[in-house]
Design a binder for this molecule. Structure first.
Ligand code: HEC
Length: 352
C-alpha cells in the first residue's frame, strides 16, 4: 500500500513538473541548439571540397528519405488509431501480417540500403588514398594531448615540421596520414568532409580536397581529456605556387638562419628551460611539445586559445595554465616576466 502511494507521489510530482514547462518555451530553447551545427566555420552543410560536397549530398538524401519514412509511419499510425475497427478472418489476418513483414520489414529496408550504397560506395572510394598518376601531397598529422604535430615528408625521407596548423594546396587531392602519440584523437576538417580516428600505433589515411584558397577550421572529434575543447586549428588553403613557396621557406637550410636573430641571454634561457621539449630548427630537438620553428607565422596559439598578435606568445607563456587549464606545459613560475617577454618577442620573429 505504502509502495503504491510512493509511486503515485513520484508520478504526481512528475506530472506537476511537466505542467510547469511550456512546450513552446522548450522548443524555442532547443531550436538554436539543433540549428547550431547548420552554419559557421565548422558546418558540414557548407562543403568546401568535392568529397565534402558528395558527403553533404548523401546527408541531404538520407534526411529527405528519413523524413518521408517518418511522415509515412506517423500517418499510418494515426490512420490505425482513428479508423473504424474491422473484423478479419484468420486467413486475412495472416495475409496482412505477411504483407507488412515482407513489404515493410524486408523489401523497404533492403531497397533503402541498396539506394544508400549506390550513393555512398563511390563517395567512400573517393576518400581512399588509391594510387594516382600524379602522386598527391602527403601531410602527416599526429594527435597529442592537446596539440597537433604536422609533418610534410619529402622524397629524401626528411620532413618539414610544424604544429597546430595545416597548410594545403587548393584544387587537388591531399592525402592525410594520421596517427596519435598518446590516446585516441579524431582528425576532422568539417568543411572538407571526412573525419578519421587517430590511433596510437596505427596510421590511418584519408584523401581530402579543397576547392579554393581560404581559411577553414579543423578540430578533434574524439574526447581525449581535459584539454580536448582547445584542439582546434586553422587550415590554410593556398594556390599551388604559394603552397610550394610556403614549404620551400621551411626547408632546413632556409629556416635555420632565423634562429640567429636571438640575443645570447634569450638563447641561454631557451636552452635551459624550453629546448628539452621544443624543437626550433637549427637550435634544439625537443619533441614533447609543438615544433616552434615557424611559430611567429601561425594564426593561433595553444590550439586556438589565443590569436597570434604582438605580445601573444609572452602572454601565453605567463598565463597558459589559465588559458588552457591542464595543458602539459609546466607553468613558468620560476622565470621572471622580463625573460618570458624576451623569449616571446624572439619567438615571434620566427616567421619564415
Ligand atoms: C615539459 C615540456 C615543456 C617545456 C619545458 C616547455 N614547454 Fe612549451 N609546450 C609544451 C607543450 C606540451 C605544449 C602544448 C600545450 C597545449 O597547447 O596543449 C607547449 C606549448 C607551447 C607554445 C604554444 C605552441 C603552439 O603551437 O601553440 C609555446 C609558444 C611554447 N610552448 C613555448 C615554450 C617556451 C618559450 C618554453 C620555455 C620557457 C617552454 N615552452 C617550455 C611543453 C613544454
Amino acid at each position: 500500500m505504502s509502495e503504491r502511494k510512493e509511486r503515485c507521489t513520484a508520478s504526481c510530482i512528475q506530472r506537476a513538473g511537466a505542467r510547469q514547462v511550456n512546450p513552446a518555451t522548450l522548443l524555442a530553447l532547443a531550436a538554436p541548439l539543433a540549428l547550431m551545427g547548420c552554419a559557421g566555420d565548422k558546418s558540414i552543410l557548407d562543403p568546401a571540397g568535392q568529397v565534402a560536397r558528395e558527403v553533404a549530398l548523401i546527408w541531404w538524401v538520407m534526411l529527405s528519405f528519413a523524413t518521408v519514412v517518418f511522415v509515412s509511419v506517423v500517418s499510418l499510425w494515426l490512420y490505425a488509431l482513428l479508423r473504424k475497427h474491422r473484423e478479419h478472418t484468420p486467413t486475412q489476418e495472416r495475409r496482412i501480417v505477411r504483407y507488412w513483414i515482407v513489404g515493410g520489414g524486408l523489401l523497404l529496408p533492403g531497397l533503402t540500403i541498396c539506394a544508400l550504397l549506390a550513393f555512398g560506395v563511390p563517395t567512400g572510394k573517393r576518400v581512399l588514398p588509391v594510387p594516382l598518376d600524379n602522386a598527391p601531397v602527403v601531410i602527416e598529422v599526429v594527435g597529442h594531448q592537446w596539440w597537433w604535430e604536422v609533418r610534410y615528408p619529402n622524397a629524401e625521407g626528411e620532413a618539414v615540421v610544424t604544429a597546430n596548423q595545416i597548410v594545403m594546396p587548393a584544387g587537388e587531392p591531399v592525402d592525410f596520414h594520421v596517427t596519435a602519440a598518446d590516446v585516441i584523437h579524431s582528425f576532422w576538417i568539417p568543411r572538407l568532409g571526412g573525419k578519421i580516428d587517430m590511433l596510437p600505433g596505427r596510421t590511418n589515411r584519408i584523401r581530402l580536397d579543397a576547392d579554393a584558397p581560404g581559411r577553414l577550421l579543423a578540430q578533434s572529434a574524439e574526447f581525449s581529456g581535459v584539454g580536448y575543447a582547445h584542439m582546434t586549428f586553422p587550415v590554410e588553403v593556398l594556390p599551388r605556387e604559394e603552397f610550394d613557396a610556403w614549404l620551400a621557406a621551411r626547408q632546413p637550410e632556409a629556416i635555420e638562419a632565423l634562429t640567429a636573430t636571438a640575443d645570447a641571454a634569450t638563447l641561454a634561457s631557451f636552452e635551459e628551460s624550453c629546448a628539452r621539449c621544443h624543437r626550433v630548427a637549427g637550435l634544439s630537438t625537443g619533441d614533447t611539445g609543438p615544433d616552434l620553428s615557424d611559430i611567429g607565422a601561425r594564426a593561433t596559439l595553444g590550439g586556438g586559445v589565443l590569436t597570434m598578435e604582438e605580445g601573444a606568445i609572452a602572454h601565453w607563456l605567463e598565463h597558459h595554465q589559465t588559458l588552457k587549464p591542464g595543458n602539459k606545459m609546466p607553468p613558468h613560475d620560476d622565470m621572471d616576466a622580463a625573460t618570458l617577454e624576451a623569449l616571446g618577442s624572439w619567438l615571434e620573429t620566427l616567421t619564415p
